[in-house]
Write a protein of this length. Structure first.
Length: 384
């Protein structure tokens, strides 16, 4: 390894917090202790699984931003990169690869393989293609370890160590893939580069709207499953993604603002991050039902009944935050909020599985649309 290459690696300061979080998660996974289950990478529907998906989503957003300034094959390469990352996020959150198997692996391989070829053909992005290839290789190694898991019985301390090795490979892969995207959108290597280059656009809002179609398909797929208590929830993919996109846009706006960070907007970013995690983790259900009795017979019906209540909490916290945002309180936007509340209340009253699973998607889209119309993440652009 040349000193120049080593200096290039060490100059990426945003690596350090990501590596630190990764090490904590890997150690928690290796321990196999029950009390660290929220940050056990081998689990589902927990903050650790959210973290894995969040890294891929940030990579997808950077790839999307780079594609907007490219032409020809490079533009297509970055678009396929971004789409491949979105599929990987959904597999992390919704356990799609465990349920659909080779179909998901084939889709990811086709998207990222095509992206690699297009980017490698473009001299300016050849190095980015190699970072992408390294990340994919680490994920293939993780799949090979998963196959090894099925080949024999693991007992005692070996269960946690084996899981930590597999999940650690995936985290390294996600870091390499994130590097491929971030180094194309910003070359400074600062921590702020994770969010500052992410810009709002009408095209992004159209993508959010169009994404409702696959979100509905994932919701329908979720209604056919009976294993969502201990497996990922496909219907959570959309709200997890949308809330995280909103949080990234708010943080980007704050980092670009000439007036400096504002506590009110930073509070919104924190709330949106919580909504994103909570959409898959369901903190209240876990704290009051699952964690007090993890070995109990928890039914999917009981679990799903908490979903619309979760959405009502997210709407309520958003309204409390909006007390300090004048642009939020317009009649048309309050009408959207009222429609979201009516839908979630109906989901609680009717106890229909489809409505319960759809509540998170309806709420996330409604909150995104109202925040977008309020200009929450465009103030700094007007000031710059």
């Amino acid at each position: 390894m040349t000193p120049r290459f080593l200096n290039s690696l060490l100059s990426r300061r945003w690596w350090y917090p990501i590596i630190a979080v990764g090490l904590v998660l890997i150690l928690a996974t290796a321990s196999s202790l029950r009390w660290v289950s929220p940050i056990n990478l081998a689990g589902e529907n927990n903050p650790a699984a959210w973290w894995s998906g969040a890294v891929y989503l940030v990579a997808a957003l950077h790839a999307y931003q780079v594609s907007r300034r490219c032409e020809g094959g490079a533009r297509g390469g970055w678009q396929l990169f971004s789409l491949g990352m979105l599929v990987m996020v959904c597999t992390e959150i919704g356990s799609l690869h465990e349920r659909l198997g080779y179909a998901v692996f084939g889709a990811i391989g086709a998207l990222l393989g095509s992206s690699f070829l297009l980017l490698y053909r473009t001299p300016d992005y050849r190095a980015n293609a190699l970072w992408l290839a390294g990340g994919v290789a680490m994920n293939v190694l993780a799949v090979a370890q998963e196959l090894l898991e099925w080949s024999r019985d693991w007992t005692g301390w070996a269960i946690g160590v084996r899981a930590a090795g597999e999940e650690g490979s995936e985290l390294v892969g996600s870091l390499l893939i994130l590097t491929a995207a971030v180094r194309a959108s910003s070359t400074r290597g600062q921590i702020r580069d994770l969010f500052e280059p992410l810009l709002p656009s009408k095209e992004l809002s159209r993508i959010v709207a169009v994404s409702l179609v696959p979100a509905l398909l994932l919701m329908y797929f979720a209604t056919t499953r009976s294993d969502m208590v201990n497996r990922g929830n496909p219907s959570a993919c959309y709200p997890v993604l949308i809330y995280l996109v909103c949080a990234c846009l708010v943080l980007s706006s704050e980092l670009r603002s000439k007036s400096g960070p504002r506590a009110h907007r930073l509070l919104l970013a924190a709330l949106l991050l919580f909504f994103s995690i909570d959409s898959m983790w369901q903190l209240y259900w876990n704290a009051t039902v699952y964690y007090p009795n993890p070995d109990g017979d928890h039914s999917v019906s009981q679990w799903a009944s908490y979903l619309p209540r979760l959405s009502l909490v997210h709407v309520g916290l958003t309204l409390v935050w909006a007390l300090g945002c004048r642009n939020f309180w317009r009649a048309s936007q309050l009408g959207i909020v009222a429609a979201v509340i009516l839908f979630t209340v109906a989901a609680v009253k009717t106890e229909g599985r489809a409505m319960q699973l759809l509540a998170g998607t309806v709420t996330a889209f409604g909150i995104y649309f109202v925040l977008y119309r309020s200009g929450v993440w465009e103030d700094s652009e007007q000031n710059s």
